[in-house]
Design a protein around this ligand. Structure first.
Ligand code: GLC
Length: 574
């Protein structure tokens, strides 16, 4: 590298450092205003302090107290000790007798849910390492007898919020070991950083031995790539660190390396013209062909979340610093792109409706050459006067206007959505309650595709017929994401309403994986029963409503620098 290059990159990093200092200031915002009742002061101090430190110390010019280059994370979280926050007020020794932290009697569904979650525990050589996807063994199980990385997230959060972090730590370390496996599909070797979709414990009764077997997509139906697994892993590492105050796990050289390997995969340079991540179909929760190929919102929001979590967790050594700079640049570009091109509301919809096409050059308004005739009929009725959301996908001549619940909730939690956009998403959920919640929370995607479109888009998938499974089915697991988003936006009453609906049926129906129908009235055609993430999603939602300070475990405050420059009415254009 020439000296000029060094100067340029130094300046860049100083500029980035300013951004990060701003991030730190934002962490000082009064978080409590977003809750409808005052949070416990101890918890809130703990949460604010933790990110304050980590972010401010990332910025150049802010002295790092410890001379050891490896001490950043430890320093980030040291305030935990002073505030005695490593012992959460929610810590309890057992799951069978859930006690409300507010002294209010808990709903009977809670006790059943804790029991079901306990039954789903998977042990490896005597230690709990995860939860099985579903305990339902009424039919051939396919791979529901495995521990899925994405499915374990709500379980992990339930255990963290209950003061039981060990299983989460075990899971993080075990999956890290799996990452280091040589991964092959036929003759093709997968990237080093790829995290498994799922794993299973194999018992050998003859040798009285246990081994792990992982699936990186080589056994999965359709050979789909679990792009989301690595992002969820980083998210969990940060959730664990935040909730326990134990920085030693994230500081482990193997955790730092695991993180860098995941980041190398998604930050690598290629032919892209967009900062979003290009993916094949079935790369996330929607793990079948459903037209999510390209730049799906779920992955982009998780990507953004994982990058921000990694910023907090990376050590300030030579290798860590290089990633911090790459992440910071990518975050700027990514938030600009998402907020500008994925955001839709009534005003923006009207703009697209009137788009000119075939525009060449920098002055083009319709940058992706989206043809107004491709606007689906349903969107004109669906779009409320107040409200908006991030659409499903954007690429040349393609805007997938479908609503994806997980991506929009993660956009709120990671602050990819500005506060105004977050409010607008909640407005949309409220005004389109029947469509998005109906009788059972929550639609994974809205609306369903049918007839010829279903044939073309899903390849005639009989599991994904209209208003079933991924194609407009209702998934109770999404309750935890909705609840967290509601608390972050100061609208807990929305979550309460949704949870009450779920409580009328979940036990009766034995915790189905998903519900079918426009209103979600029917237990899903092929839904598993005793689906662990339906159980855990409900538990996490309840615990967060009861003690909103848990929000800090799953949410990040806004970064001022990534705010849009110009705001026009309630539309976001640059
Ligand atoms: C289904 C879901 C997927 C989930 C898996 C295990 O394949 O689509 O998101 O991880 O089941 O529950």
């Amino acid at each position: 590298m020439s000296s000029i290059n060094v100067d340029v990159s130094l300046k860049e990093s100083l500029k980035d450092a300013d951004t990060l200092r701003d991030l730190a200031e934002i962490e000082e915002m009064d978080f409590s205003r977003i809750f409808d009742r005052p949070p416990r002061p101890l918890n809130m101090d703990r949460q604010r302090s933790c990110d304050e430190r980590s972010l401010s110390e990332l910025s150049a010019g802010v002295p790092i107290p410890s001379p050891r280059p490896s001490s950043r994370i430890e320093n980030n979280f040291r305030l935990f000790d002073h505030l005695n926050c490593s012992s959460s007020p929610g810590r309890r020794s057992g799951f069978n007798t859930p006690i409300s932290q507010t002294g209010v009697e808990t709903h009977p569904t809670m006790a059943e849910a804790w029991e079901a979650l306990r039954r789903s525990l998977v042990y490896f050589r005597g230690q709990p390492v995860g939860t099985i996807a579903a305990l339902d063994n009424s039919e051939e199980q396919v791979n529901y007898d495995q521990v899925f990385v994405r499915d374990f997230v709500p379980s992990a959060l339930a255990f963290l919020m209950n003061g039981e972090p060990e299983i989460v730590k075990n899971f993080i370390l075990k999956t890290l070991r799996l990452q280091s496996w040589e991964k092959k599909i036929d003759r093709f070797q997968l990237g080093e950083g790829v995290m498994p979709a799922s794993f299973k414990v194999l018992h050998d009764p003859v040798r009285n031995n246990e081994t792990l077997m992982a699936d990186f997509g080589e056994s999965a139906i359709g050979r789909v790539a679990p792009v989301d697994s690595g992002f969820w892993w980083i998210f969990l590492l940060r959730a664990y660190t935040k909730s326990t105050g134990d920085t030693s796990l994230a500081e482990k050289p193997e955790c730092q390396k695991g993180m860098r390997l995941i980041l190398s995969l998604c930050l690598s340079e290629g032919f892209d013209t967009f900062p979003t991540l290009l993916c094949a179909d079935g790369c996330c929760m929607v793990d079948r062909r459903m037209g999510v190929y390209g730049y799906p919102i779920e992955i982009q929001a998780l990507f953004f979340m994982a990058l921000r979590c990694a910023l907090l967790l990376l050590k300030q050594d030579e290798e860590g610093n290089e990633f911090v700079q790459r992440i910071t640049k990518r975050l700027h570009a990514l938030s600009f792109h998402m907020r500008s091109y994925y955001w839709i509301d009534l005003k923006h919809l009207n703009d697209i409706y009137r788009y000119k096409t075939e525009e060449y050059s920098h002055t083009a308004v319709n940058k992706f050459n989206v043809i107004p005739d491709s606007l689906p009929e349903w969107i004109f009725d669906f779009m409320p006067v107040r409200g908006g959301y991030f659409i499903g996908n954007v690429s040349p001549a393609r805007m997938d206007f479908r609503w994806f619940c997980l991506g929009n909730c993660i956009a709120i939690l990671s602050s990819l959505a500005t506060p105004e956009q977050s409010t607008a998403i909640m407005d949309l959920i409220e005004s389109r309650w029947e469509e998005l919640v109906g009788e059972m929370p929550l639609k994974v995607i809205y609306p369903a595709i049918e007839s010829h479109e279903w044939q073309i888009v899903t390849g005639c998938d009989p599991k994904n017929t209209r208003w079933s499974y991924h194609n407009g089915g209702s998934w109770p697991v999404l309750l935890w994401l909705l609840t967290a988003a509601c608390i972050k936006t100061g609208r807990p009453q929305i979550a309460r309403r949704a949870i009450e609906l779920a409580e009328t049926r979940l036990i009766k129906d034995n915790w189905p994986e998903y519900y079918d129908g426009k209103l979600g009235r029917f237990v899903g055609k092929q839904a598993r029963k005793c689906q662990t993430w339906s159980v855990a999603g409900y538990l996490v939602a309840k615990m967060m409503l009861e003690d909103p300070s848990h929000l800090g475990t799953v949410a990040l405050e806004e970064d001022k620098q990534t705010k849009p420059l110009i705001r026009r009415s309630n539309s976001w254009t640059f």
